[in-house]
Design a protein around this ligand. Structure first.
Ligand SMILES: Cc1ncc(COP(=O)(O)O)c(C=O)c1O
Length: 374
């Protein structure tokens, strides 16, 4: 039976990985500056991650959400302690799209409204309302297009307040640092305006932290660079270091009722342990501060590169925008130098999303390779 052929593939077959490196079936070693799309936060095969998952698997791996699972409570408490998001309530699911579906659904229940405001170049996932709020018409099927979504420009304060004042918007969903879209960021003023306008119009402010959360940006959540308070925060990717786990944090003002949200797999014992492992290592190794420092050094070093037009992002969510399309460069980095990097919907942007355990020597290897190729 053939695979449903929806992914163009690089000619690499990873068979094992450790720390910053992935090893191919051909025995080649690859430096992972892509982190499997911002997923590998504490490094491949981290001993804490393996220990926690092994131990949990030998006890109980899964049961439904109809029973007590103290690991979910432990995880909620640890997220609260590390993020400083006091009083928020955790609901767990298994992916980023699902986190955003739940965030949007919750906003709709809470406000009794149904329209969504999203932003140009946004990416929120590939399912139902999440894909409808994604600014890529090609991946929106007629079924998804039934959702009522308005896309605004970052910075268009007037359009935002005028749209919200009409009274039919349940949520404004925003990435504090755009991922797939190409590392663009709203200004501080605009983010404050989003918060204020949502508060004034009974609209939920959803921060999509699926890619930028869990320390990647140099703060626990990227919205924290702006000093705002979202109503709902969605998370996934780095939350589980490769284990499929996602979730939302709902502001204390949002009250739950039985059946409001639900899932079979979300929050299972293994998923909780994967995320607890990430939090344990984030704390022990101060990886959020490390991400901030290494990101700054990367940006400084990038200033001397040939052909770089813009250096974008924060922490270890980074982008280099060139004056040419980077598709061929990415291939040369893989095949000639054994280095994985990421692309984005901005074809001229090289995305760097390494494990947060990266060290300066790994970036030195990247810059040496890049200088040879430019
Ligand atoms: C900001 C953001 N939101 C949501 C998603 C969707 O996550 P998933 O692929 O886990 O469904 C992504 C994936 O790249 C993302 O970057």
């Amino acid at each position: 039976m053939p695979l449903f052929d929806v992914y163009p593939l690089y000619d690499v077959t990873p068979v094992r990985a450790k720390g910053m490196y992935v090893y191919g079936a051909d025995g080649k070693k690859y430096l992972d500056l892509y982190g499997g799309h911002a997923v590998i936060s504490i490094g491949h095969q981290h001993p804490v991650y393996k220990r926690r998952l092994r131990k949990q698997l030998s006890r109980i791996g899964f049961y439904s959400n109809a029973i007590h699972n103290p690991l979910q409570v432990q995880l909620a408490n640890e997220i609260e302690a590390q993020s400083g998001c006091e009083g928020y309530q955790l609901f767990m699911c298994s992916s980023g799209a699902e986190a955003n579906e739940n965030a949007l659904k919750l906003a709709s229940f809470y406000t009794g409204k149904s329209k969504i405001v999203a932003f140009k170049n946004s990416f929120h996932g590939r399912t139902s309302a999440a894909v409808a709020a994604t600014d890529t018409p090609k991946i929106i099927a007629p079924l998804n297009a039934q959702q009522d979504v308005e896309f605004l420009e970052f910075g268009d304060e007037k359009a935002l307040i005028e749209t919200l004042k009409k009274g039919d918007v349940c949520a404004v969903i925003i990435e504090a640092i755009q991922g797939v879209g190409g590392l663009d960021m709203p200004t501080h003023e605009f983010m404050k305006h989003v918060e204020k306008s949502c508060n004034e119009t009974n609209t939920c402010f959803i921060a999509d932290e699926v890619q930028s959360g869990f320390g990647r940006s140099g703060k626990f959540f990227a919205f924290q660079h702006y000093g705002v308070t979202p109503d709902i925060i969605s998370m996934a990717k780095g939350m589980g270091n490769g284990f499929p786990v996602g979730g939302i944090l709902a502001h204390p003002k949002i009250k739950p009722w039985y059946g409001m949200l639900g899932t079979t797999f979300g929050g299972n014992h293994l998923a909780c342990q994967a995320s607890l492992a990430v939090l344990e290592v984030l704390k022990k190794k101060s990886l959020t501060t490390h991400a901030e420092a290494l990101g700054e050094a990367f940006m400084e070093r990038s200033k001397t590169l040939k052909g770089v037009k813009l250096i974008k992002g924060k922490g270890l969510m980074l982008g280099l925008e060139f004056d040419f399309e980077v598709g061929e460069l990415r291939k040369r980095l893989i095949y000639n130098h054994g280095i994985f990097t990421g692309g984005s919907s901005n074809k001229k942007l090289l995305r760097i999303l390494p494990p947060l355990t990266i060290e300066q020597k790994h970036f030195n290897q990247f810059f040496k390779a890049l200088e040879q190729e430019l």
